[in-house]
Write a protein of this length. Structure first.
Length: 182
């Protein structure tokens, strides 16, 4: 019985310990960041504000640029009511993204905010991307994931598992199959 109680406590504590580890590992950028970092952070906040209005998300979302974050980009509630969120961006990856890719990365994280405020029990990468694809084209997400996997040195997963199947384009002619069988 003592073993069962201990196992239950461990299962309850594991998520809390994971959050504490993430928070301890994320290191903010210096108080006076270089101009390039400041400009990218301002641009990211502009995208956050534009996309919040488009999705529509009423909740406040602030950004923080950090030197390291185990998830590279992430978002989390700042209060138990989930009225305010903090979007964390790892500096090295942020500087590698062009505007279209940054907009896609921000849209993905806002997809998580939308889920937190509508269906908090369904947090998945696929669903966050489905929400984000309402405002950003698929190609931008493909570019972001490609850069992310290179940045992390990871193999990645099939892109359709993250974004769903590509939309059928009615303007593209279907291939003709020549079947010469009798």
């Amino acid at each position: 019985m003592l073993l069962t109680i201990t196992a239950r406590r461990v299962r309850v504590l594991e998520p809390a310990l994971a959050v504490v580890c993430v928070l301890l590992l994320a290191r903010p950028v210096a108080k006076d960041p270089p101009n390039a970092v400041r400009l990218r952070a301002v641009r990211a906040q502009e995208f956050v504000d534009q996309l919040r209005a488009t999705l529509p998300i009423q909740n406040e979302v602030q950004i923080a640029v950090v030197t390291y974050h185990p998830l590279v980009f992430s978002v989390r509630p700042l209060d138990t009511d989930k009225n305010r969120f903090l979007m964390t961006m790892e500096l090295g990856f942020l500087l590698e993204l062009n505007d279209d890719e940054l907009r896609a990365a921000v849209a993905h994280e806002l997809g998580h905010v939308w889920i937190y405020t509508h269906h908090p029990f369904l947090q998945t990468e696929f669903l966050a991307n489905a929400i984000a694809q309402r405002v950003v084209d698929r190609r931008s997400f493909e570019n972001v994931y490609s850069k992310l996997w290179m940045y992390e040195g990871a193999a990645g997963v099939p892109i359709d598992d993250l974004l769903g199947p590509p939309p059928a384009d009615s303007n593209v002619p279907k291939p003709v199959v020549n079947d010469t069988r009798p």
